[in-house]
Design a protein around this ligand. Structure first.
Ligand code: NAD
Length: 292
């Protein structure tokens, strides 16, 4: 590190609270070092009442950019100069790029999800997917899938605070992309079975499967899965969820959420540097396997 950091090294941040647990600094700094980029990536504890000042600091310190996580993803856009189409449609930003004082906000979660499918030879373009969950992760996936050319998306959510966001996403997808989206109540299990049966890909983008909901599954039992259905979990801790265990038993190809995590970081890296992360190296060094 003493050799790597010089007077020329540029700073890239991660602004969120809490954030000390994040694996992004290790991931980004490893990729910068591997490809020889003179950037240093550091995590900063920035809460909702500090994000406006933190954005000013990006300009003042002439940082190359930043990642942004909770609680700032939906707040930071108003302080930026421009938003990518996906960030505008999602109403959320996780990556800021500073081009000589002009700050652009991007959302790379959906890009990462779509790239992780491609990396695992899963081609959902022109096909139908069913997705449970319409919070931050679910919305980013739905918007990017629609922008990339997925033909139809069936969205299921319980009637909680994410429901209104799901209604808004469906309206935006149907009016601003060529994809057709429909929203259903997750309590309608006959509909869930019907839509899953008609889909190429099924995605769980809820916190179900992750602590403290690790004993639950959004799909009631194995009979909902047919062997041809590809099943992706967005949660990745624990890696093996109850839902994915059921899908595997039914003979489905499955994927955990580490792919999305890796590729959302790679997409941000590419926005700052112009080239993607050295993916095979990152998989090896971080011990990432998501195609199980
Ligand atoms: P969020 O709080 O914004 O949304 C939570 C979603 O889960 C909502 O749709 C909500 O309705 C649903 N939900 C909550 N409890 C439920 C229950 N008991 N039954 C059914 N649905 C329920 O959260 P988020 O940021 O969208 O994150 C969702 C999951 O995705 C988390 O597990 C998170 O760790 C994971 N995630 C993974 C990645 C990645 O890179 N793999 C990135 C972001 C989030």
């Amino acid at each position: 590190m003493a050799e790597r950091i010089t007077g020329h090294t540029e700073l890239i941040g991660l602004m969120a609270y809490p954030i000390r647990h994040s694996s992004s600094p290790a991931m980004q700094n490893e990729a910068f070092a591997k490809l020889g980029y003179d950037y240093a990536y550091l995590a900063f504890e920035v809460g909702a009442d500090e994000i406006e000042d933190a954005v000013k600091a990006i300009r003042t310190l002439k940082m190359r950019g930043s990642n942004v996580s909770m609680p700032n993803k939906t707040l930071v856009g108003q302080y930026l100069d421009e938003l990518s189409p996906a960030a505008r449609l999602c109403g959320a930003v996780n990556t800021i790029v500073n081009d000589n004082g002009h700050l652009t906000g991007h959302i790379t979660d959906g890009i990462g999800f779509m790239q992780s499918l491609k990396d695992n030879d899963i081609d959902v373009i022109g096909k139908k997917m069913t997705i449970v969950g319409a919070g931050g992760a679910g919305t980013a996936i739905q918007i990017q899938a629609a922008l990339d050319g997925v033909k139809e998306i069936a969205i299921f959510n319980q009637k909680d605070e994410a429901w209104a966001r799901a209604e808004d996403t469906v309206q935006k997808i149907n009016s601003q992309t060529s994809c057709h989206a429909t929203l259903y109540d997750l309590a309608d299990l006959d509909k869930l079975r019907e839509e899953m049966n008609d889909s190429y890909l099924f995605v769980n983008a809820t916190g179900v499967g992750m602590k403290p909901l690790e004993d639950l599954s959004v799909v009631p039992d194995e009979s909902y899965f047919r062997p041809e259905l590809i099943v992706v979990d967005v949660p990745y801790s624990p890696l093996e969820t109850k839902m994915r265990a059921m899908a595997k038993k039914a003979g489905c190809k499955t994927m955990n959420g580490l792919g999305m995590m890796l590729f959302q970081g790679s997409a941000a890296f590419e926005l700052w540097t112009g080239e993607p992360m050295p993916i095979e190296h990152m998989k090896e060094i971080l011990n990432i396997r998501y195609d199980d």
